[in-house]
Design a protein around this ligand. Sequence first.
Ligand SMILES: *Cc1c(COP(=O)(O)O)cnc(C)c1O
Length: 236
Amino acid sequence: MSEYGFVSENIANVRKNVEAAAKRAGRDPKEILLLAVSKTMEVPRIKAAVECGLNSLGENRVQEIMEKYEPMGPDVKWHLIGHLQTNKVKYIIDKVELIHSVESLKLAEEIDKQAKKHGLVADILVEINMAKEESKFGIMPEEAESFITELSKLENIRVRGLMTVAPFVENAEDNRVYFRNMKQLLVDINAKKINNINMDTLSMGMTGDYEVAIEEGATIVRVGTGIFGKRDYGNK
Ligand SMILES: *Cc1c(COP(=O)(O)O)cnc(C)c1O
């Protein structure tokens, strides 16, 4: 077995869990995207995951997408899942499939502007701080509707749905309430029939809690450690 055989073993394991969680919730596993979070991981290790059929990759830094873009080639789809600075939008606007982390009007306006420049409509998610943690980015749930109403006026942005980074917990069940509230928030906002807004995407759940997130309606789960192993941040 190759140096990265553990990656394919991990993926088989995660896929099995995804299917079981979907089944428990009476959902079709095909409606759930397993996003491989490749931050800090080297290109050969990421390629091992792509060879197993995971060609949607999540990164939380613009710099890392830039560095890995050429080496990974044209067949992968990049998702920006971390905090995005307004002045860096221009570097990735034509390189990413979905921006998960929109949480200010200023950022949304810059995405809209850069998308227009490139003649495209950018798919985005609104990041929600569902657990109201002080350390987290994101729109407070009670402000989401008015925020999305503002975004609906930007012609080169398409709001596909909501994203959250749930609290770090020992027991994944502790996050179930936040995932459930996310789904409800999406349903409630869709019911307002805001012009141009019909959201179908819920990005929630990480290595520690993706199964619970799927049971509560996640359509994208963002799994890093569970696929690639522990991250080594070294001295970076
Ligand atoms: C790192 C990261 C993940 C993946 O975390 P794991 O616990 O390693 O699965 C998911 N979402 C975001 C926003 C991240 O920054």
